[in-house]
Unconditional design. Sequence first.
Length: 295
Amino acid sequence: MCVLRGVRWTEQRGFTASAVALCGRSGVSWRIEGELPAEGAVVSNHVSYLDILLYAAVRPLVMVAKSEVRGWPLIGWLTSRAGTVYVVRGGGPATYREVNRAMAEAYRSGLPVLFYPEGTTTDGSQVLPFRRGLFHSVLNERVVLRTAALAYSIDGDSGVATVAEDVCWWGDALLAPHLWRLAGIDGVRAVVRFGEVVAERGDRFVLSEQARERVQEMYAELRGEGPAARWRRRSSWWRRSRICSTDQSRASVPWTVMEAWCDEGITKRSAMGLAVASNWARTLSSVRPRSRMSR
């Protein structure tokens, strides 16, 4: 089963603007390499919920995401408004026709369509074998396929924070504590690199293997690369709005978040951001990356 809302350019631009703001206020700096895709399909590695925001910040595009994302606070609302294709896990062959129909509609929107063939997030140590299901739509609709890779790093003194545990979101990690750990890290940087068109298209097996090889190559290069000279900096709003935790604010926020702040000394957002977070914390506390999609 899958769901696709009609893609509207106004809402796509709104999603892109929101993604830029959210990335900046999360303390993430980023750099883009390669030619931006204009249409067709794009496949990438997948390590975090940040990937969704970063790609959306690059340019308007149609996302393909697991159906659970639609229920996430803020991100779910934004992606739904932007015409995201939601794919239900474990649907099997019975859902293929509907998924392919939704993908065809997404391609006709005139925007690039981004999906993550690994089917889940990882700790960034490798690129998992690609699931081949969504490559059906690439061949059926005869659209070009571009590859992309995204890698994170932490610049400067980050204490005990690591990319694998505090930037990547994978396994059984809960979303709320992870979000607040991420908010306390200075110097999170990302590089998004777009590759060339994949020309080898014999069948979905060949296409998926060729795509994975290219993503692996780009990702390996990005992981071994040093800091770049030009980065998109976080907004000054973030610096002005950071505040220290207090006993009064501790009482209004679930303990899973506050223990991270108080015991690890992590600074918080503005008072407005804290109020919003407290309303969402119970929902976020149960969200996990979970296992791979079956297709």
